[in-house]
Design a protein around this ligand. Structure first.
Ligand SMILES: CC(=O)SCCNC(=O)CCNC(=O)[C@H](O)C(C)(C)COP(=O)(O)OP(=O)(O)OC[C@H]1O[C@@H](n2cnc3c(N)ncnc32)[C@H](O)[C@@H]1OP(=O)(O)O
Ligand SMILES: CC(C)C(=O)C(=O)O
Ligand SMILES: [Mg+2]
Length: 561
């Protein structure tokens, strides 16, 4: 990059820092949440929401549990004005929800804002003007004293109109572009406004300190917030609020560190919609708290439904890697992650632990309405036996022996690699069936007859090379007898027969499944699986499957006729 010297840092550290927030390990209580989706989010949409869409969005925010909702900038347009009038006239604002409206510090805009509030039982009137060096120099072209005057005159008019308008009004002031403002000057403007509004315990004032544009690392913002919180005269009737944006990609960090530094309240939007790179994402903030065992006070138990409503109304898409909500954020494709997740889930079931500690999954996806199947483990050519076996067990009930999982794993990865695509559980089950289950080529099992006498004498009917044959054998059990008959009659050579069986509880009808491995003359292991309503037939089919895999893998072998 040739032009780095074109840029310089545009923020200032506060005159002093106590750094007390650094010593706090985590945020131990939820802040007061304020949604600004309907204002900051809406003003940044290519096509802002219409009346019906705003009404639906408002209801969504109420259902999630927001108690403070900035419903718009009523002086900005007819749609904004009519929306607020509709909320008031149709009595759509629940008693425990306070609406908030934004206004510039300009006479006619403040007056229009109060007109829009006629009949509201309660509201927060949010007044702002820009205070940063850049805005003072370039936009307003005014000295500090005149910037203070803009804020003070607006605050005075708000106070006067609040007295003249029926309803219960609370005030909020934002030194907009706070992060580009000298912190002491921001403090001076806020004090001037507070001197007009005179907050009390019964009627507190909100001082909102936005990172209108993120200019610094998050610890700088936290230090600025801490300084403001510590130096506001008469701090207690003041609610310190933050309003982070996300220009440097650290909106969440800004909000979290600001809470450690003394912020009582956070303004943000669902999934971070908002100007440029967006406002801070309240979903992420709330679920970050939740993942530390702190009740966030907002209900995201059905996040996928909330997301689809937001996407439909805003016509914006939530990214696939977006924290908590993105399609892929609980998904492990890679083998070692899948293996650890599968083992962690099993361990959790066995140990019955209270706290969630499954590797790679910061929270239980089920808590926010996500499914395990199709959400957590997905299979491509980077996947491993652990994940593949886990999926097959979860959906189809096959509890494969570990070494057989390995063989299946290679078969599945091979298909995914060849086709260059992800495979579904059903496709994995098809590969498993095709490659390992009830294989009947070149040797098919037909019938078993238990003969009389010691040593489990057995007659087996088989089909091979278009012929039906009857072969006999005996052994230390029925399966051993069948195996001996096959080895003696067909010239097969193998050793080390291993065996596992279980009932197949998934799916209709009760069936048994058996897994068998054999080692051929060169020491290679071949696995087979058999499924049948009868456990003995299942084992024999598993043996035939293993033998058939061995025969197919040994092109030089000829079945004796
Ligand atoms: C960081 C934020 O998100 S702040 C919120 C921003 N949101 C919006 O602006 C969305 C809604 N806004 C609008 O629809 C329009 O801006 C309106 C209707 C409010 C006002 O429209 P207009 O008066 O036509 O235009 P505009 O907003 O460009 O006004 C600019 C003037 O207001 C002044 N101004 C801007 N903001 C403020 C403020 N907060 N307080 C006082 N004066 C302000 C500017 O200095 C400029 O003054 P000038 O006329 O002397 O040059
Ligand atoms: C109006 C203010 C609070 C704002 O949206 C911002 O500064 O980002
Ligand atoms: Mg904003």
């Amino acid at each position: 990059m040739k032009n780095a010297n074109k840029y310089t840092r545009q923020y200032s550290m506060p005159p002093e820092s106590s750094w007390n927030w650094v010593k706090k390990e985590y945020v131990d209580k939820a802040p007061i949440w304020c949604s600004v989706d309907l204002r900051d989010g809406n003003q940044a949409l290519v096509v802002p929401m219409n009346l019906e869409e705003k009404l639906e969005y408002f209801q969504l925010l109420v259902d999630i549990g927001f108690k403070e909702i900035e419903v718009g900038f009523p002086a900005a347009s007819d749609t904004e004005f009519v929306f607020l009038r509709t909320l008031i006239e149709r009595d759509l604002i629940p008693d425990d929800v306070t609406i908030q409206v934004l206004t510039q510090s300009r006479d006619h805009i403040i007056r229009r804002t109060f007109e829009s509030l006629m009949g509201a039982k309660r509201a927060i009137v949010h007044l702002y003007n820009s205070t940063s060096i850049a805005q003072r120099e370039q936009v307003f072209r005014k000295p500090k004293s005149e910037i203070v005057e803009i804020a003070v005159s607006g605050a005075q008019l708000c106070k006067q109109l609040a007295l003249e308008t029926p309803g219960n009004f609370m005030f909020q002031y934002s030194p907009e572009s706070f992060t580009g403002t000298e912190v002491d000057f921001a403090l001076e403007v806020c004090h001037a406004v507070l001197d007009v509004w005179k907050p009390t315990a019964e009627r507190p004032v909100i001082i909102n300190l936005p990172s209108t544009v993120q200019l610094s690392l998050p610890h700088v913002y936290a230090s600025q917030i801490e300084y403001m919180s510590n130096h506001l005269r008469d701090r207690h009737p003041v609610i310190v609020s933050v309003h982070p944006h996300n220009d440097r990609g650290t909106g969440v960090a800004d909000a979290e560190l600001a809470m450690l530094a003394g912020a009582d309240r956070v303004e943000g939007t669902l999934f971070g919609n908002g100007e440029r790179t967006g406002n801070v994402d309240i979903v992420t903030l709330a679920l970050n708290l939740y993942s530390h065992g702190v009740e966030p006070g907002l209900d995201f138990e059905n996040l996928p439904d909330i997301q689809s409503v937001v996407e439909r109304l805003t016509k914006m898409q939530v990214g696939k890697r977006h924290p908590y909500a993105g399609e892929l954020v609980f998904t492990a494709f890679s083998g070692s992650h899948q293996d650890a997740i599968a083992k962690g889930m099993k361990w959790r079931e066995e140990e019955e632990r209270e706290h969630w500690t499954v590797p790679y999954l910061p929270i239980d996806p089920k808590d926010i309405g996500r499914e395990y199947e199709g959400d957590i483990i997905r299979i491509n050519s980077q996947s491993g036996k652990g994940g593949i076996g886990y999926l097959l067990e979860q959906k189809y009930g096959f509890d494969l022996p570990p070494r057989m999982r390995e063989d299946l794993g290679y078969a599945v990865k091979g298909v995914s690699d060849r086709l260059q695509k992800e495979l579904s559980v059903d496709e994995i089950a098809d590969i498993f069936t095709e490659e390992f289950v009830n294989l009947a080529e070149p040797i098919a099992f037909s019938e078993l007859k238990a003969d009389e006498g010691a040593g489990h004498p057995t007659t087996v009917t088989i089909h091979t090379h278009g012929q039906t044959r009857t072969i006999k054998g005996s052994g230390n059990g029925r399966l051993d007898a069948v195996s001996n008959a096959l080895q003696a009659s067909l010239g097969l050579q193998y050793t080390n027969l291993t065996y596992k069986e279980h009932a197949l509880e998934v799916g209709s009808g009760s069936r048994a499944v058996a897994y068998i491995s054999i080692d051929d003359a060169e020491g290679r292991t071949h696995w087979g699986c058999g499924i049948d309503t009868d456990i003995m037939n299942a084992s024999i089919k598993a043996l035939f499957s293993a033998i058939n895999r061995m025969v197919v893998a040994t092109p030089t072998f000829v079945v004796q006729h």
